[in-house]
Design a protein around this ligand. Structure first.
Ligand code: DGT
Ligand code: MG
Length: 371
């Protein structure tokens, strides 16, 4: 056997889609710090800074060892001077003063609280903060705040949906949907996606892709399901968005834009088999259910692979897939399609493996996409 020279470390790609990132994070102390710094910059609307911290966290998550000294980060991508100094401070003090300062900051704490409500983003949270509001109770008591339907539901079921969803809950929802779609057609397919497909034990919601072998038949599927849930008395909230999908359109480079498939954001009543306090405070009835956030998306069967790849995440993995396609392959990728700008042609794929292949990437399993 010939030993590798001491200097030859495996190179780590700057793209998350060329790294294998499991849930076994060996550098949590650093990545937790970067997530706080990223979020604080998101609240400040500093997109570039926010992304820089997210990328750094993502690189460290992919390492199979814990950082011990500055030598360990030599040659790693996405770790600029600012990031290095945070890592250095954590080496020395086990904590970062900037992160501590953010965590103590009243504004950060308040924006974090407000954005934990379903339907409330950083912009709305900021608006409420500027009005002098500091608690959820204060928001509800403020006469000139108009909540939209989503936010109303967010407040009403806050106690349940602010807690994480377990894998067991996700499986229970899967069974429920499976039973219900059998009434639509026996060949409707249901796939768990999002964080649970990546092997996570907990999530903020449960994401599913549904499709039918016959193209076009998936169009009415979600409305059928919503109607059934309503009749079953388990539909607490539903926001249905119909298809705006156009096969001719080039894939969108913007990750933040939602895809164009029919989809719905739901809150469902899931039977738990145990008694819990009522949803509304000062309501002393008990209940044997909890509210769960569920997202459903119904792409046509020939778009299934792109939709599945796009909805499996993680967000950082998705961003880098698109960035890699554009910068390294002159291709445009989104949740609907892959377009080759050199050949001026759409590239078709039936499976995720085929999409990785078309991009010239090694296949990364869903549980290795926790970037
Ligand atoms: P969770 O639910 O917090 O445990 O984590 P995930 O990874 O399931 O995240 P979730 O449910 O917000 O989204 C599922 C996937 O869907 C996500 O990993 C990427 C995709 N996705 C979510 N939001 C967007 C978006 O605004 N645009 C695009 N293109 N994709 C999105
Ligand atoms: Mg999810």
């Amino acid at each position: 056997k010939t030993a590798l020279p001491a200097t030859s470390k495996p190179t780590v790609s700057q793209y998350a889609c060329q790294r294998r990132t499991t849930l076994d994070n060996q550098n949590k102390i650093f990545t937790d710090a970067f997530e706080v710094l990223a979020e604080s910059n998101e609240f400040l609307d500093s997109r570039g800074q926010c992304l820089a911290f997210r990328r750094a966290a993502s690189v460290l998550k992919s390492l199979q060892f814990t950082l011990r000294s500055l030598d360990d980060i030599e040659g790693l991508p996405c770790l600029g001077e600012q990031i290095k100094s945070v890592i250095e401070e954590i080496f020395e003090f086990r904590t970062c003063s900037k992160v501590e300062e953010i965590l103590r900051d009243e504004k950060y704490q308040t924006l974090k609280l407000f954005t934990s409500v379903f339907g409330v983003g950083p912009k709305t949270a900021e608006k409420w903060y500027r009005k002098g509001l500091r608690t959820l109770k204060a928001v509800l008591a403020e006469p000139d705040i108009h909540l939209n339907k989503m936010q109303e539901a967010g407040f009403l079921y806050y106690e349940d949906i602010s807690k994480s969803v377990s894998k067991a809950d996700a499986q229970a929802v899967e069974t429920l949907i499976k039973d219900t779609i059998s009434y639509y057609s026996s060949d409707t397919k249901l796939f768990l996606t999002g964080g649970f497909r990546r092997g996570k034990e907990h999530g903020h919601d449960v994401d599913f892709i549904l499709t039918t072998p016959e193209i076009g038949k998936e169009q009415a599927l979600l409305l059928f399901l919503i109607d059934k849930f309503k009749n079953l008395g388990i539909l607490l909230y539903s926001d249905f968005q119909e298809s705006t999908f156009d096969i001719q359109k080039l894939p969108s480079c913007k990750f933040e834009a939602m895809d164009h498939f029919p989809k719905c954001f739901l809150i469902l009543k899931l039977k738990t088999g145990e008694q819990t306090a009522g949803v509304q405070q000062n309501q002393n009835d008990s209940r044997d259910w909890k509210a769960i956030r569920v997202d459903l998306v119904a792409p046509p069967a020939d778009r299934y692979a792109f939709a599945m790849l796009g909805w499996t995440g993680s967000t950082q993995f998705e961003r880098d897939l698109r960035r890699y396609a554009r910068k390294e392959r002159r291709m445009l990728l989104d949740n609907h399609a892959l377009y080759d700008k050199t050949k001026h042609a759409f590239l078709e794929a039936q499976t995720e493996e085929e999409i990785f292949d078309l991009l010239g990437l090694e296949y990364i399993e869903p549980w290795q996409r926790n970037a």
